[in-house]
Design a protein around this ligand. Structure first.
Ligand SMILES: Nc1ncnc2c1ncn2[C@@H]1O[C@H](COP(=O)(O)OP(=O)(O)OP(=O)(O)O)[C@@H](O)[C@H]1O
Ligand SMILES: [Mg+2]
Length: 200
């Protein structure tokens, strides 16, 4: 940590800065070990901040076989873990078009939470109360300032840094070890790339 990105807020459980989409994916993968059925994860961040990328890693960590893509048009998608893995399934929701209230009730996420981890993009202010164990993850790509006024963060080409801030909304969250788990996954991925390079 260089400390030049500003002081972390007191209530943040963890602040982790990734350098690429792959590193954000690996952060989701690392978090999977810390989640159980009944856990609700709210992903906050601008268009293209990395919410779906993060969820793809979470799916990989939970051993889901189906590819995790943005559920923008179907609102919610259920991904089952490989049978026999003993891992809970992943329900991935895009609440961008939901107003909250009845819109959210119609999805019956409370039932889903009985045997699933539920991840909600754009869920802040809409779904917090559905679980007594809710985690908020804010994703921010600081390069936002470079975007032309007419564009969105999704217009930034290639890999940029992404700051992930983890905050507890409800319940008792212990994320100690998540950063180390992520660092090992990143180191292993980098080592694999180096091996590929030397094989040429
Ligand atoms: N450090 C990074 N972390 C995550 N994504 C990154 C990073 N650097 C570049 N990217 C790119 O940014 C894009 C993030 O898209 P993604 O669909 O994950 O965002 P999103 O937050 O789900 O957007 P939306 O609000 O539209 O659902 C991808 O194209 C990814 O490759
Ligand atoms: Mg998305």
């Amino acid at each position: 940590m260089t400390g030049d990105t500003g002081k972390p807020q007191a209530s943040a459980l963890e602040n982790i800065e990734t350098k690429s989409a792959e590193e954000t994916r690996l952060l989701g993968q690392a978090l999977a070990e810390f989640l159980d059925a009944g856990d609700l994860v709210i992903l906050e961040g601008e268009l293209g901040a990395g919410k779906t990328t993060f969820t793809q890693g979470l799916g990989a960590g939970l051993g889901v076989k189906q590819r995790v893509t943005s559920p923008t048009f179907i609102i919610a998608r259920t991904h089952r873990a490989e049978s026999g893995s003993g891992k809970p399934q992943l329900v991935h929701v895009d609440a961008y078009r939901l107003e909250g209230g009845d819109d959210v009730d119609a999805l019956d996420l409370e039932s889903a939470l009985e045997n699933s981890i539920v991840v909600v993009e754009w869920g802040r202010g809409k779904v917090e109360d559905l679980s007594a164990h809710t985690l908020l993850i804010e994703l921010k790509r600081p390069q936002t300032e470079e975007i032309p006024v007419t564009g969105t963060i999704a217009d930034i080409p290639g890999d940029t840094n992404c700051m992930a801030t983890f905050r507890s909304v409800s319940g008792n969250w212990n994320l100690s070890g998540v950063k180390e788990a992520w660092q090992s996954l990143v180191a292993a991925a980098n080592a694999a790339v180096e091996t590929d390079d030397t094989e040429e």
